[in-house]
Design a protein around this ligand. Structure first.
Ligand SMILES: [Zn+2]
Length: 396
């Protein structure tokens, strides 16, 4: 039952998990991938990006084949920190498998899926005489879990400047909820951060008539912003949501009315909104609640996370069918969860997210069933087979 690629996927995943690649550290993960892909005939580029105020981050782009279509596997080898390693049953960077599970930070998010993609691609290349019918590429970043400024966004630009063209992309983020096959992600919500600031007048609590307490004002404005939904949701998205995450006065004295109060918030928004339309809506609602009485302003943070949705697309059908054929499950098309690098890739080519089951991601004892690695490898193999069989039908 197990084919070579499935066995390889487990071995590759184990070796990747042993690399301590907590963002922004490369940890040997990209070097390991470079060696594997080079030995199969891929041309591999290692590119480091820097930006003032952030750590330099290594990235990798590899390609085999010189003609279109160029099928891209995308992903990240960086992982979130393990936290207190003593709390792990299996050490987070040991790559232990036990009881049918492979343990380690990044097992599902997302070194496991990268291992499956590499195993599937190597098998495909070997099976087609060392040369695919088009091209297969890997777009692997080390800056996804961090602030994501020295990763995929720059790697895509770098590749485009070199004349690279991407036709379709499969991003291996852990898309599934309960089991392999249940969910494909076809879009993501956007994310926007802001700080609401109300200015008052400092004074003695015993003489409130001589002061103007901004706490009263900020409470009123916060309730107003939390009162009504931002929209009703759309066909593929739930309603947009605003959450206050911190309320700060920074006042150490109980007998002083503070001069200023601040409240930070995050909005996860659907395709009803752009960042601009959302800012306009929030500021209008705040102005209405504040009237003439309150002095307020909102500081918006720059965001590179707009919402997006892949509309009906032959590539999506192809991935859905491959999942269905292998698992006998009809996958749900979802836009749930946080942001991902798909938000950058979608500007270059259609992108679909399908990977492992996300339940343990970012947790202590992150793990994946070994059987899931096998299943995902078979699905990726099926996608490659169908993709290069039907490449004329997919050209868009
Ligand atoms: Zn991830």
């Amino acid at each position: 039952m197990t084919n070579i690629a499935q066995a390889d996927a487990l071995a590759i995943a184990r070796d990747l998990l042993r690399c301590r690649s907590v963002t922004p550290a490369e940890g040997g993960a990209l070097s390991f991938i470079e060696r594997l892909l080079k030995s199969a005939g891929f041309t591999v580029h290692r590119v480091t990006f820097v930006e003032p105020g952030s750590a330099p981050v290594e990235n990798l782009y590899a390609r085999i084949g010189a003609v279109s279509p160029n099928f891209v596997f995308a992903g990240h080898t960086d992982v979130v920190p393990p936290g207190d390693e003593a709390r792990w049953t299996h050490p987070p960077f040991a790559g232990n498998d036990a009881g049918g599970n492979l343990y380690g930070r990044g097992a599902v998010d997302m070194k496991g899926a990268i291992a499956c993609a590499i195993a599937a691609a190597l098998e495909y290349v070997a099976g087609s005489g060392g040369q695919p019918r088009g091209s297969i590429s890997f777009l692997i970043t080390g800056d996804e879990e961090g602030i994501a400024v020295n990763g995929t966004v720059k790697l895509l630009r770098w590749a485009a400047e070199r004349g690279e063209k991407f036709d379709h992309c499969l991003l291996g983020e852990p898309s599934n909820v309960q089991k392999i096959g249940d969910t494909i992600k076809i879009g993501r919500r956007g994310s926007l951060n802001g700080t609401l600031i109300v200015t008052g007048k400092q004074g003695h609590v015993a003489y409130p008539e001589r002061a103007d307490n901004p706490v009263r004002g900020i409470v009123a404005l916060m309730s107003a912003l939390m009162a009504a939904p931002l929209d009703q949701g759309t066909a593929h998205f739930g309603p947009s949501n605003l959450e206050f995450t911190s309320v700060d006065v920074g006042n150490p004295a109980v007998n002083v009315i503070p001069a200023e109060a601040r409240a930070r918030f995050n909005i996860r928004f659907n395709d009803c909104h752009s960042q601009i339309s959302l800012q306009t809506l929030i500021e209008r609602r705040t102005a209405q609640a504040a009237g003439e009485r309150l002095r307020w302003r909102i500081e918006w943070e720059p965001s590179n996370a707009d919402s997006f949705l892949l509309k009906a697309d032959p590539f999506l059908d192809l991935v859905c069918n491959a999942v269905k054929e292998v698992t006998a499950i009809e996958p749900q098309l979802s836009t749930s969860g946080g942001t991902s690098d798909a938000r950058f890739i979608k500007d270059y080519c259609p992108v679909v997210e399908f990977g492992l089951v996300g339940q343990t991601m970012h947790q202590v004892d992150e793990c994946t069933p070994v059987a899931d690695l096998s299943l995902l490898t078979v699905i990726y193999q099926r996608v490659l087979d169908r993709y290069f069989e039907s490449q004329d039908g997919l050209s868009s």
